[in-house]
Design a protein around this ligand. Structure first.
Ligand SMILES: Cc1cc2nc3c(=O)[nH]c(=O)nc-3n(C[C@H](O)[C@H](O)[C@H](O)COP(=O)(O)OP(=O)(O)OC[C@H]3O[C@@H](n4cnc5c(N)ncnc54)[C@H](O)[C@@H]3O)c2cc1C
Length: 291
């Protein structure tokens, strides 16, 4: 721990990550840091760089499968107040990278600001939503980003505006940077109407998500096709490996039963990929990330 002696208070070793992920599976983080200030996060990143130690950041772990072997290096979680603050500034909402995205949406709706309410009910933080470019139907989080504040692996804090940011087909490659804060540009709308629309979206979403321990969609939709339909066509609804089961309602989700391990989930993912390729000639690409 001497390598991090001055950060000691906010760093722990061998921390189980399962409790921090939606799947509730996986091993430990070699180092786990919850810095209290931006400057501390920046200094820690710089130290990790000097030590050539790999770093990762996670939000609510709703799009991650942590392997049973765990994660080498430093894992960051942005839980301190300075990373979770949310405020309204005119037609914009400003939110910390660790803020719960659902809370950002409800704050915007209550202030009569529209543009992100269709994403209600999708679990995660602002950082996770932007890294994954969370989407629902044709609406993506990237459409409303005005500005991002990030810290790079050298500990340098920088700002990007929407014209500097290029989102790929699905994701925004943060290139090892950590998102500190995002500004979303929104439109004024009647809060009562907006609130009704948000509630409708929320109810629809809750009826389509599986109940039980899971992550988000396992695979991306291949162009013009639905991963869920391809898995169903391959006859894999309800297929299992150990405690991991392909969800009956939406086969692009895997649900973990008691005693499930990450290895069970990863074996099931391989099985789905191979059988979908054999039976439909389509190669499925992962949406969920494996750590
Ligand atoms: C039941 C269920 C339904 C879902 N439905 C949808 C859906 O309809 N649409 C959709 O798009 N997604 C969906 N997801 C997936 C997931 O909720 C989203 O992708 C979410 O935005 C991930 O946020 P998170 O904070 O949990 O990120 P995590 O899973 O913790 O991390 C995801 C990625 O973001 C990076 N990251 C997190 N925080 C930061 C940060 N501050 N700086 C830099 N990088 C960061 C991580 O390193 C990782 O690469 C669903 C998930 C579940 C469990």
């Amino acid at each position: 721990m001497d390598r991090f002696s001055e950060f000691k208070k906010n760093i722990r070793r061998q921390v189980p990550l399962a409790m921090h992920t939606w799947f509730q599976l996986g091993g430990v983080a070699e180092f786990f840091a919850e810095p209290k200030l931006e400057e501390e996060l920046a200094a820690l990143l710089k130290r990790c760089r000097e030590l050539q130690m790999p770093t990762r950041t996670f939000g609510y772990g709703s799009n991650i499968i942590v392997s049973d072997a765990g994660v080498r290096g430093m894992v960051f979680r942005l839980t301190a107040n300075c990373f979770t603050d949310i405020r309204i500034e005119g037609n914009a909402i400003v939110a910390g990278g660790g803020a719960k995205f659902g809370r950002v949406i409800t704050s915007a709706v209550h202030a009569g600001l529209s543009g992100i309410e269709n994403l209600i009910g999708i679990p995660g933080t602002v950082g996770g939503a932007i890294a994954v470019n969370t989407c629902a139907g044709s609406g993506t989080v990237s459409q409303r980003i005005q500005k991002l504040r990030l810290v790079n692996p050298f500990g340098k804090i920088m700002e990007l505006t929407s014209k500097d940011i290029s989102f790929g087909a699905d994701e925004f490659d943060l290139q090892e940077m950590i998102l500190l804060e995002a500004v979303f540009e929104l439109d004024e709308e009647d809060p009562t109407e907006l609130s009704k629309r948000m509630q409708k979206n929320w109810i629809i979403r809750k009826t389509t998500f599986p109940t039980g321990q899971c992550s988000g969609h396992i695979f991306k939709n291949p162009r013009g096709e639905s991963a869920s339909e391809l898995i169903e066509r391959a006859g894999l609804k309800g297929a299992r490996s150990g405690g991991a089961v392909v969800n009956e309602r939406n086969p692009n989700f895997i649900v973990a039963e008691p005693e499930c391990t990450s290895a069970d989930v990863l074996r099931l993912i391989d099985l789905i990929r191979n059988q979908v390729l054999d039976r439909t000639d389509t190669e499925l690409e992962l949406h969920v990330q494996i750590w």
